[in-house]
Design a protein around this ligand. Structure first.
Ligand code: PPS
Length: 572
């Protein structure tokens, strides 16, 4: 296969799976006659780390014996330490396409050829066993278990890889390195002892303190090595994070710290993941890795206990330390001691010492509330970057989602609200009315449960894009199912405001109004599956506003919504 096996400066074997000059023509020829697979975002991350040697000693996606060993005892079949299965999962339809071929071409979303894989084992794994073995839970509240059970295909395809092109990365190119490039960069700077700091979150003063201490403890320099592949759903996007790390970097002395991006799709596998991080950082030429509290944990509890204990990751890395070619620098939680105006490791402090800390959630809340972030917590320039991502509520987009029976008054309130918002703000306001959506966005859809779901979630998607771009959108479909509304709430809420308005009028009132004559037709059986007559409407139980349109005027309903928007801070 022509794999270059270089000796790493610290003894480990670094594989490079990119096809050499002599193999290029043959690999291209194999690619022409082989079926292909388009990789998902997560598979692309794995492929990149395989091809560039970040996952050394792996030479491809795991075959069955390796997989089973890894799940059972954190080792490859050869006995080498490897704690996380790196699998190429495929669907039954893919299996049928590739079954009779010796090679498979792996492509990105645009069809670009990235690698050719010589097919190894193809099998149907026991996913529950894998989840329990690797992550210690089968609960899909764990993001990696959710991926395994609900998103990954049902089959695994193993095989060795020959790379044609590394996955294309267009952002922050100057701070992306292969293991060889990073090792060369260390050499050029004269760095012999390098401690890596893994992160998926913005870094503040506590992290600065911790990394300073770690570099001092090893008598070397620091590599800030954030994971910029998939991290935990809901995490801050890596563009914002990387901009903020760049700001933080200026607070370190000259030639003391360096920033490089790691295209790792995290699994949030706690202890096993910490061990994996150590092996990966060794491949990138680091001599040490900081392992802090709850390293790479998913932040989920089973019953009332966290899934992994806060220092389980340190214990596992310690257990394998003799086999690892990289040393752990363990840290307890760093907290601020106002009495001393300094950060301290929690284990250094006498019981009862007053300390200060701020969670990520609390920080986000303070940012959107427009609160001043205390100096002890972070640096003004780092916070400035985060403020772009979390503007104050008055500068965020928001959606007003009106739901209710046909004839309840959704369109009327929607129109009135649009006029009032245009009067009160200088911002554009989009109205996605039920009927209008059905003639434009959702033409061809009917009123079955499935079609309504598609329609309502499609509205939610468009609304989420408008809100993400800090616009204002009013949606006014019936949206009879709680599940669809809840999907929209979380999708839109991730970008800005979501205000659900239950436009509540008793069925008799709507039927009496019968503006379009549809209720009469539904009663006569001419229209089937009409909401409220022979189709369900699940009334919201957590709407931000309820408008009883049989008891209040359009103006009153509209002002109620506006008042709610003001109370929540979305409107001045
Ligand atoms: S849904 O359930 O959210 O997808 O419905 P929506 O897109 O808002 O469309 C509702 C409008 O379509 C007309 N219509 C029906 N409504 C309910 N059930 C059935 N079977 C039906 N067939 C046609 C009706 O005019 C609705 O408009 P509104 O403005 O709600 O009265």
């Amino acid at each position: 296969m022509g794999h270059a096996a270089l000796m790493a400066p610290h003894g480990g074997r670094l594989v490079n799976l990119m096809a050499g000059e002599s193999r290029r023509a043959e690999v291209a020829e194999i690619a022409l006659r082989s079926p292909s697979l388009r990789l998902t975002a997560r598979q692309l991350c794995d492929l990149e780390l395989l091809l560039c040697g970040g996952f050394s000693p792996l030479t491809g996606f795991l075959n069955r014996a390796d997989y089973e060993h890894v799940v059972r005892n954190l080792r490859l079949a050869s006995g080498e330490l490897w704690p996380i299965p790196v699998m190429l999962e495929v669907s039954a339809a893919d299996v049928a396409r590739i079954a009779d071929h010796e090679h498979v071409v792996l492509r990105d979303i645009t069809g670009l050829t990235l690698a050719v894989m010589k097919r190894g084992d193809l099998w149907k794994p026991d996913k529950a066993k894998e989840a329990a073995g690797v992550f210690g839970t089968v609960s899909t509240a764990h993001p990696a278990v959710d991926y395994l059970m609900n998103k990954a295909g049902g089959y695994y395809l193993g095989g060795t890889l020959e790379g044609v092109s590394l996955p294309r990365q267009y952002d922050f190119k100057r701070i992306r390195h292969t293991p060889q490039q990073l090792r060369a960069a260390f050499r050029k700077r004269g760095w012999h002892r390098v401690v890596a700091f893994q992160t998926r979150n913005p870094m503040h003063r506590a992290h600065k303190e911790l990394t300073d201490r770690a570099a001092e403890a090893i008598g070397g320099q620091l590599l800030i090595h954030p994971a910029v592949g998939m991290t935990k759903p809901g995490d801050i996007d890596h563009f914002t994070r990387v901009r903020s790390y760049k700001r933080l970097l200026r607070h370190y002395p000259e030639n003391a710290a360096m920033l490089s991006l790691l295209p790792l799709a995290m699994r949030l596998g706690g202890p096993r993941e910490a061990l994996w991080h150590a092996i990966i950082r060794k491949n990138y030429g680091c001599t040490h890795l900081i392992v802090g509290r709850d390293h790479a944990g998913p932040g989920m509890a089973v019953g009332n206990k966290p899934l992994y204990g806060p220092y389980d990751a340190q214990a596992l890395v310690d257990r394998y330390s003799r086999e690892l070619d990289i040393e752990m620098v363990p840290f307890k939680l760093m907290v601020y001691v106002p009495g001393e105006k300094a950060y301290r490791s929690q284990d250094e402090l006498p019981q009862g010492t007053t300390t200060l800390s701020l969670s990520g959630t609390a920080l986000r809340r303070m940012l959107v509330d427009g609160d001043r972030i205390p100096d002890w917590f972070s640096y003004a320039d780092v916070i400035d970057e985060l403020r772009h991502r979390y503007p104050e509520r008055g500068h965020q987009g928001f959606a007003v989602f009106l739901t209710g029976l046909s004839g309840s008054g959704k369109s009327t309130i929607g129109n009135a609200l649009q006029s009032r918002l245009l009067e009160l703000t200088t911002r554009p306001v989009t109205l996605l009315d039920g009927d209008v959506v059905r003639t434009n966005l959702s033409r061809g859809l009917g009123f079955s449960k499935e079609d309504r779901s598609v329609n309502v979630q499609r509205i939610g998607y468009v609304a989420s894009e408008i809100v993400r771009h800090r616009g204002i959108v009013i949606c006014a479909p019936i949206a009879p199912y709680a599940q669809d509304r809840s999907v929209n709430r979380s999708r839109i809420g991730g970008y800005g405001g979501y205000v659900e308005v239950f436009v509540d009028a008793p069925l008799e009132v709507c039927e009496k109004r019968d503006v379009k004559g549809l209720y009469a037709k539904a009663r006569a059986g001419v229209i089937k599956g009409f909401t409220g007559i022979d189709d369900p409407y699940e009334a919201p139980d957590k709407a931000e506003v309820i408008c009883r349109t049989d008891q209040e005027s359009v103006e009153e309903s509209t002002e109620k919504v506006l008042a709610k928007l003001r109370t929540l801070g979305y409107l001045a």
